[in-house]
Design a protein around this ligand. Sequence first.
Ligand code: TYM
Length: 333
Amino acid sequence: MKQLENKKTLYSGVQPSGNITIGNYIGAIRQFTLLSDQYNCLFCVVDLHALTVRQIPAELRRNTLELFALYIAAGLDPQKNIIYCQSHVPEHAELTWILNCFTYMGELSRMTQFKDKSARNQDNLNAGLFTYPVLMASDILLYQTSLVPVGEDQRQHLEITRDIAERFNNIYGNVFVVPEAYIPKETSKILSLSDPLRKMSKSEPDGAVFLLDNADDIRRKIRRAVTDSDAEIRIDIENKPGVSNLLQIYSAFSGESTDEAIGRFEGQGYGQLKKGVADAVIAGVEPIQKRYQELIADKGMLHQQMMNNAERARQIAARTLRKVYKKVGLYQG
Ligand code: TYM
């Protein structure tokens, strides 16, 4: 990669924990493609994070390669960006241990995602779920990241990352760049189609459209999307979350603003709106799916690219970790 010195670093990650939704795409992956020219970018398949929920090993392996392919299919170039798998860079786990010692039980207990996930995983309330944000902080801080594009649900994790970085810097000098979150309002929380009071999520397939869904499934799911009874097409997240969500999905895939979308569908009824949204989503995912099928047909090539990129990531990560080890007083010879 031509590491242009004058570009800042952008970092983000997605878990390979199942089918990628259009929420992941609109809130994260698509944002990456829009920003990637302006930054030195790293995009991670965060397989270690996925282990906080029990995984079927063969599926996790498959999902990891598939997500790697999806990043590329969505338009991220693995030569220009560093696209890699978290467990291939052992520095993530190593820095996590150090940062665990600079993170308080109290602040981790306040994480709403921990509270949600622990309520849903009563039978597997493991320590990894609790320290999950520290691993995420390590991902980000290892690469001296300035900007982290994520969805709204990750805001708190970015705040704790900043707190950890500032705490560490206050003791040891400027070791870490303190990152900013990038969370655009309109796209950062795509809602479930079946329950528009909740976010669209991989773990709730009923309300989710997946990036690799076929056209019939996309049409069927969008046709069934929950709306409301007043038939008025406008953005009003509080009172009309279902319709607002459809407009935002349409806007993300068509490239039109939500105002333009409202103009287009005004007075036409929800049936037409849903048809328009489905058409836009299908047209948007089609080229990604086509490219994805070509890429996944050559697993050897994907594997090779993944290994090369891990090597490039490691070089950067090792530099930061060495500095941290030295600062905290670990004997390095
Ligand atoms: P994950 O895998 O749950 O989700 C990946 C990204 O998709 C965003 N997202 C959404 N955006 C809008 N609407 C939705 N309905 C929606 N659902 C998900 C998420 O906010 C996220 O940006 N902890 C992270 C992964 C991670 C990470 C990192 C991110 C690990 N290390 C370092 C950034 C930097 C997660 O579980 O994302």
